[in-house]
Design a protein around this ligand. Structure first.
Ligand code: PEP
Length: 251
């Protein structure tokens, strides 16, 4: 039985005041005990979130980490071990905004995945196809290649300590959501890919769906057999909406 996870990616949003308000709203939301919830603020708000969520059942993660495993001379970057020290439990790696806007290749994503696990963080490995790739029938191939980059470098067992997030690029921040059937097809393919190497790891692997998840569509997505929760962007900036998504994951 996989414990559902709802992850809130706040992206590059918020001020100290608006983050305080959002955290206050989250503290008042009823979160089902069976659902794991983690928020991913901007780095500058991580300490605030860790402190204001102390003693609550909501964890804090980071949106990225450095490729280097050890802290040192890498101006502007933050090491995974520093994130762990700051109170993070998870870190996103390979988000499509970083792959596409900042040019992060699979090799970079793999380094970040390894750095995260070495530091004791759970990496949330994000994969997904662009609209052009979907329309030309390459979805499963593209996603399999992104997953294989980590499997080839780190082995299937590494996914026992990780989370996967399938996020079709065309559905992120666009209001377009993959249908439950479209998402399930990709989730099942990812699980089958891992199962060919290790069935036990595949059976326990949480695969989140991300791409315009909101309270109105969460339940039907989460009802799919291979969808184990959501990676939520825009809707995670509203405490009521995010709380409703978390409750949908508990049903
Ligand atoms: C995301 O950024 O990971 C995401 C899924 O965003 P949104 O929910 O806004 O589409």
């Amino acid at each position: 039985m996989r414990r559902p996870l709802v992850a809130g990616n706040w992206k590059m949003n918020g001020t100290r005041a608006s983050v305080a308000e959002l955290l206050d709203g989250l503290r008042q939301e009823e979160i089902p005990a069976g659902v794991e919830v983690v928020v991913f603020p901007s780095l500058i708000h991580v300490a605030q979130a860790v402190s204001e969520l102390a003693g609550r059942s909501i964890g804090v993660g980071a949106q990225d980490c450095a490729i280097e495993q050890q802290p040192g001379a890498l101006t502007g970057e933050v090491a995974a071990c520093q994130l762990r020290d700051a109170g993070c439990s998870m870190v996103l790696v390979g988000h499509s905004e970083r792959r596409l806007i900042l040019g992060e290749a699979d090799a970079v994503v793999v380094c970040k995945f390894v750095a995260a696990q070495t530091a004791g963080l759970v990496p949330v490995l994000c994969v997904g196809e662009t609209l052009e790739q979907r329309e030309s029938g390459q979805t499963l191939e593209v996603v399999a290649r992104q997953v294989a980059a980590v499997l080839d470098a780190c082995g299937a067992q590494s996914l026992a300590g990780a989370v996967l997030a399938y996020e079709p690029v065309w559905a992120i921040g666009t209001g377009l959501t993959a249908s439950p059937g479209q998402a399930q097809e990709v989730h099942a393919a990812i699980r089958a890919q891992v199962a060919r190497l290790d069935e036990v790891v595949a059976g326990g692997l949480r695969i989140l769906y991300g791409g315009s998840v909101k309270a109105a569509n969460a339940a039907e997505l989460f009802a799919m057999p291979d969808i184990d929760g959501g990676l939520v962007g825009g809707a995670s900036l509203n405490a009521n909406e995010f709380g409703a998504i978390c409750r949908a994951a508990g049903n």
